[in-house]
Write a protein that binds this ligand. Structure first.
Ligand SMILES: O=P(O)(O)OC[C@H]1O[C@H](OP(=O)(O)OP(=O)(O)O)[C@H](O)[C@@H]1O
Ligand code: HPA
Length: 179
């Protein structure tokens, strides 16, 4: 285990088992629909990469990067597109793939945008959901795990760009924040 981690919340095998389960549900729901899976960079990249390999039907992949104006997404709710999609979403069945939904503001913005672009359907698949912090009415359609109101890292999730490569999800030791 990494020396900065206080506690592992979800082990590598917990995550991989859940990814298989979500992949099986998505296979059933999207067979024949050629869905467009949209990865919200950077955090969702490991989940997206594992999830698409657990989906056994034709699909396409695209990537979007967003960032908040000013202090933080959670306070302003204003989101800027840093990298837009290469694919036209009009008429497509879209699955937005996220690592975590916290306040829900990033996703609310993205869902609005995709609906305005006339996607045939827009659903959300997230590995983690932190409902305690939600400021919007947003609920994921496919969710791996609910997590408590703690800052989590690993499997794509970072603190100051670190820990994204951990194969598990954990909570940092207090001294990491003060160092
Ligand atoms: O529900 P919210 O409060 O909007 O928070 C969730 C968003 O925050 C994280 O991204 P972040 O902006 O940290 O970028 P990253 O994926 O590049 O780490 C995460 O990947 C979600 O996109
Ligand atoms: O708990 C979290 N960890 C990392 N990034 C995040 N972005 C929103 N919530 C989190």
């Amino acid at each position: 285990m990494h020396e900065d981690i206080r506690e592992v919340l979800l082990s590598e095998s917990d995550i991989q088992e859940k990814v298989k389960e979500l992949g099986a549900r998505l296979t059933k729901d999207y067979s024949g629909l050629n869905p467009l899976c949209i990865c919200v960079l950077k955090g969702a990249a490991p989940f997206m990469s594992d999830l698409v390999r657990a989906i056994d039907t034709d699909l396409e992949m695209d990537y979007m990067a967003v960032s908040s104006y000013g202090a933080s997404t959670s306070s302003s709710g204003v989101v800027r597109i840093v990298k837009d999609l290469d694919t036209a979403v009009e008429g497509r069945h879209v699955i937005v793939v996220e690592d975590i939904i916290d306040s829900g503001l990033t996703l609310s913005y993205l869902l609005d945008l995709l609906r305005r672009r006339n996607a045939a359907s827009v659903k959300v698949a997230t590995l983690l959901d932190k409902p305690a912090r939600r400021t919007t009415g947003l609920k994921p359609d496919y969710c791996g795990f609910e997590v408590p109101d703690e800052f989590v890292v690993g499997y794509g999730l970072d603190y100051a760009e670190k820990y994204r490569n951990l194969p598990y999800i954990g909570v940092l030791k207090e001294n990491v924040y003060s160092d």
